[in-house]
Structure formats: C-alpha cells, structure tokens
Ligand binder design. Sequence first.
Ligand code: 6GU
Length: 273
Amino acid sequence: MRLDVVTIFPEYLEPLNVSLVGKARARGRLDVHVHDLRGWTHDRHNTVDDTPYGGGPGMVMKTEPWGEALDDVLASGYETGAHGPALVVPTPSGRPFTQELAVELSLRPWLIFTPARYEGIDRRVTDEYATRIPVYEVSIGDYVLAGGEAAVLVVTEAVARLLPGVLGNAESHRDDSFAPGAMANLLEGPVYTKPPEWRGRGIPDVLLSGHHGKIARWRRDEALRRTATNRPDLIERCEASAFDKKDRETLSLLGWAPEPGGRFWRRPQDVEE
Ligand code: 6GU
C-alpha cells in the first residue's frame, strides 16, 4: 500500500517510522511519502491560509497550495506505477472512523491524507478531487483536535495492522473488539500473564484450570460485563440472536432486561441521568 501525507508539520508524522507502521514499511508492505505543503507555496511567507469568506473566527487553508500539491502527488504516484488513489480528509465534521472503515481503507492500494490546521481546507478542494477519486472525510471521535495530523497517525496504525504480513498472526484480527461481524461486537475482557501472583494478586482460577470450555465462557462473561459498563450502547445494538442462554443469564445478573423481541435494554432504574 502506498501512503502520502501532505501537511505543514511533516515532523509530526515521524512516528510513522517506528513500531508497527515502521515495521510494515521495513517489510515493504507500506510505501510512505510525507510532503511539506509549504513546498507548494510561491510567496515569501509560504502562506497556506487566509481569512474566511462570510467572516467568523480562525483561518481557512487556501485552495492553490493544496491543488498543486495534490496534482503533483497524484502525478508522481502514477509515474511510479501506483493506482487506485483515494483521498482521506481528517476532519471533526467527517464520518466516524470505525474498524469497518479501517478494513475498507486497508483494501485500497493508495491513500492520500490531507490533515489540515486552522478551520479546515477551502471546500472547493475536496469538491474538486471528489470528481476524480474517492474521498473519505473521517473523524476519529467526538472531540476537537488542533489539526488532523494525530488523526492520520490513528488511521494509519489501524489500517497498517490489517495489511497482510504485518501483524504476523492472521487470527489476531478476527477477535478484534470491533471486527465487523465479531461475536456481538463486545469489548474484550481482562488478560493475565506470569507471574501467577503479584503483590498479593492472583489469577482467576478458571484460567489455570485447563478447561477450554469454561475458559471461553468466563471470557465471554467478562466481555459482557466490561461492555455493559463501558459501552452499554453496544449491548443495546445487538440482535437478540447475538446472545445465547448463558449470555442472557449473565446480562440479567448485570441488571439488564430482555425486551419481548429478545434484545436487551438497561432496566430503567439503572439508566443514569
Ligand atoms: Cl480527524 N481532526 C480534527 N481536527 N479534530 C478531530 C478529528 C479530526 N477527529 C476528531 N476530532
């Protein structure tokens, strides 16, 4: 997969050289190109922003540097044989970045990221490239960052670990908490390793029992417990058929009630205001 990032803070993308993404690059699974947007300015001050039409606070990133940068990145990619580019525009106004979208992006051969500072990029830039290539406007959560660079790191890491030969263990994705079609999309429960006792704290007996059926059931109950506490919306979203008989018992003990249709709902007295 080829990755291009156009930014006014190329040094912010240094983490792409380390850890999992760095390994993917070293193994030849990822071909990363970081570009300084200011290289496509022509004035003495390397201006990339201007005041917004219609007034209001902040500054807007200008069309011309982005247009020239993206034209050059697209052309250079084609020259080296890249195909199927897609633009990924990080913005708090984008669609939520999910594991499902990470999987979709991991199947594309070439992603071009356009992290913006200030109040974002002049809309005409996205509109223009959307007539040529797929454009994904993505948000990584319900909070506001000062710029899209951190979001590029987040998306890149989520995508890179899905590329063949990066994680090493093909099984590892299937159980991801948010893997599409995962067992009821539950959060993963707690994990333990040696030593068997640490500061007076032991390991749950069942994990030492060697009884695979009981271990699987315990893990499932812990996943239900953690999901019910941290992400009750995920439980409510589950189809009735996602829960077996023991799941239902566990959820009832956790204070959840089945609807007539079989879906689960927090009992009204347990819903926080
Ligand atoms: Cl992608 N960018 C910015 N600036 N803020 C965000 C975001 C992206 N996702 C959530 N907040």
